[in-house]
Design a protein around this ligand. Structure first.
Ligand code: G3H
Ligand code: 13P
Ligand code: ZN
Length: 308
């Protein structure tokens, strides 16, 4: 089917109490894996492209591939700009058929974040495209040493309500203790679920969780067994993700787990079959591994069978 806008996917998710995965892609095989898993589970999906993914693969290549895959597999999907920072990129996405954009001005001071987000909302809405914005900071493992520092980075529920009201954004990414990448926690994972509940009470648009990869044990082990050096890699436990969905998260962003799956599969085939040099035999293995991860996420988020 034709790509849909992300509000057509996320508003039903919010009402239905489940979450939809936003999976990052930058090439054909990752995109195929995402669509194949979604098609098999009859799940709606959001296919996300970062600014650097677009720089790597090109606007038209990504847009044409993803548009075609949605049609080919009959999947209900939106093509989303992830962490848009540059207005020029946002506009190019709108011109190239993206059906969802994120403006991430979360590093800007509050009032400036409101001004930047409001400007993007105005432009994107003229094109009929919904906007995700971010409030709070997804601090990395080293970013906030003291508890008070960490607290200050997380999303404030009252400010979130005001932010949504003043910007007119369609979805809000919140900071509740997750961060991007494979090294999310030094010690025990800490996710502020109560803060999420407080935000969900005050904000009536779909909420988004970034940095939600779990760094699954089996995926990490496969990569490590075949030479990846990822000591101390740690993600958000799957139970913490389920709890976040129960407390009101409607969109969950996953990139790291796909990258880990890709790396593990490529490393294994290259190590075990040194005679193989056909790229399709190497990347094909990675595609299967990513598909398996996407399938698991869809089931964890509860979006299987929700495409209609
Ligand atoms: O949020 C970040 C995503 O994982 C994308 O990362 O800029 O390396 O493509 P990237
Ligand atoms: P992970 O690094 O946890 O996969 O998060 C991805 C993300 O938030 C993309 O926007
Ligand atoms: Zn993110």
């Amino acid at each position: 089917m034709a790509l849909v806008t992300s509000d057509q996917i996320l508003n039903p998710a919010r009402e239905g109490g489940y979450a939809v995965g936003a999976f990052n892609t930058s090439n054909l095989e990752i995109s195929q894996a995402i669509f194949e898993a979604a098609a098999e589970l009859d799940a709606p999906i959001i296919v996300a492209t970062s600014e650097s993914a677009i720089k790597y693969a090109g606007y038209a290549n990504l847009s044409i591939i993803i548009r075609h895959l949605a049609d080919y597999y009959g999947v209900k999907a939106a093509l989303h700009l992830d962490h848009g920072k540059d207005l020029d990129v946002v506009v190019k996405c709108l011109r190239n058929g993206w059906t969802s954009v994120m403006i991430d001005a979360s590093k800007q001071p509050y009032e400036q974040n409101i001004a930047t987000t409001s400007e993007v909302v105005k432009i994107a809405h003229m094109a009929g495209v919904p906007v995700e914005a971010e409030l709070g900071r997804l601090a990395g493992i080293e970013d906030a040493v003291k508890v008070a520092e960490r607290e200050a980075l997380l999303t404030d529920p009252d400010q979130a309500a005001e932010f949504v009201e003043r910007t007119g954004c369609d979805f809000l990414a919140v900071a509740i203790g997750t961060s991007h990448g494979a090294y999310k926690f030094k010690g025990e994972p800490r996710i502020d679920h109560d803060r999420l509940t407080a935000i969900a009470k005050k904000v009536s648009i779909p909420l988004v969780l970034h940095g939600a990869s779990s760094v699954p044990h089996d995926v990490l082990e496969r990569a490590s067994k075949f030479g990846a050096k990822l000591p101390g890699a740690k993600g958000v436990p799957e139970e913490a993700i389920s709890e976040a969905v129960r407390r009101g998260i409607s969109k969950i962003n996953i990139d790291t787990d796909l990258r880990l799956a890709f790396t593990g599969a490529v490393r294994q085939i290259v190590a075990e079959k040194p005679e193989v040099f056909d790229p399709r035999k190497i990347i094909g293995e990675a595609r299967e591994a990513i598909k398996e991860v996407v399938r698991r996420k869809v089931e964890l988020f509860g979006s299987q069978g929700k495409a209609r």
